[in-house]
Design a protein around this ligand. Structure first.
Ligand SMILES: [Zn+2]
Length: 293
């Protein structure tokens, strides 16, 4: 009997090993945001020590690509499930506190100042804070203030609207690498909508679409992506982010990461034409993982 049991165990083991590579999950966590239950889905596969995160559920391209890459190469992918009234994936999270309805951008909730910028009543702001703390304890090590054991950096995945679709007068306000360049004294063609949050920008002449860029929180991460032809924005160091302005500390996870000394990489790609480029960004992240520390 014992031997037959062992044989059976070996057979099951081999069958499992032969199964096609697939990310496990999702494991669905349910976090309370006020009186509303929010689903946070976790896809995971052994093979790489890295966490990817999508806070914006309407940014489907980046989500699907990341799931595919995690399934093929390993790692963990966490997504916040936000749905609109019709049940379609949405950017903003809708929730109720004290019977009243609110909505927040899930990437504006992670710092005290950013939450203050939302101008919510105290009870709703407290609910948002509690939700953000649960989420960061899942994304990072317990306590939410450092990377999980074995991880070297954290990766957020986003898609943005096509800048070329916008009227010329509005293009400076669009989220592109150029938007992080400080207006130059000798030229007035840049308005630098996001310049206050950036230490500087590397603009690659190999990048065809200015909607595609990578934001990093530490100078040491710039070279790897610049060398591969990506536009790279370096966020200001944490001391310079604490200046009280909503345009500098907007409550986003990149600012929270800087305050917590967590190396952070944000992959931004055009929602319409950026898929191939975002795949290259993800591959560049795995290249970085395979390099010696
Ligand atoms: Zn986004």
């Amino acid at each position: 009997m014992k031997e037959r049991g062992l044989l059976l165990a070996a057979l099951v083991c081999c069958l499992l090993a032969a199964a096609p590579a697939r990310a496990q999950g999702p494991t669905v966590k349910t976090f309370k945001l006020g009186e509303t239950a929010v689903k946070v889905n976790v896809y995971e596969r052994a093979g790489a020590a890295v966490t990817f995160f999508s806070p914006h559920h309407n940014e489907r391209g980046g989500r699907e690509l990341t799931k595919e890459l995690v399934a093929a190469r390993g790692g963990r992918f966490v997504e916040v499930e936000a749905l609109d009234e019709a049940g379609a994936p949405a950017r903003r999270l809708r929730f109720k506190v004290g019977g009243k309805s609110y909505s927040v951008d899930p990437n504006r909730i992670f710092t005290a100042q950013g939450r203050g910028c939302l101008k919510l009543p105290a009870d709703a702001e407290a609910a948002v804070k509690a939700f953000a703390e649960e989420l960061t304890a899942l994304l990072f090590a317990p306590g939410g203030r450092s990377l999980r054991a074995g991880e070297r950096f954290f990766v957020a995945v986003h898609n943005n609207a096509d800048v070329e679709e916008r009227a010329a007068a509005e293009r400076d306000a669009d989220l592109t690498a150029l938007g992080f360049v400080r207006p130059l004294r000798s030229r007035n063609f840049l308005r630098g909508e996001f310049a206050e949050s950036a230490a500087g920008v590397y603009l690659s002449n190999a990048e065809e679409d200015e909607d595609n860029f990578i934001l990093v929180t530490t100078p040491g991460l710039v070279t790897h992506f610049a060398a591969r032809g990506f536009n790279v924005v370096l966020q200001k160091p944490s001391a310079q982010l604490r200046d009280g302005k909503c345009s500098v500390d907007d409550g986003s996870l990149s600012v929270y990461a800087a305050f917590s000394d967590i190396p952070y990489i944000n992959l931004e790609a055009d929602a319409l034409g950026g898929a191939a480029r975002q795949r290259q960004m993800l591959q560049a992240v795995y290249d970085l993982l395979s390099q010696p520390r």
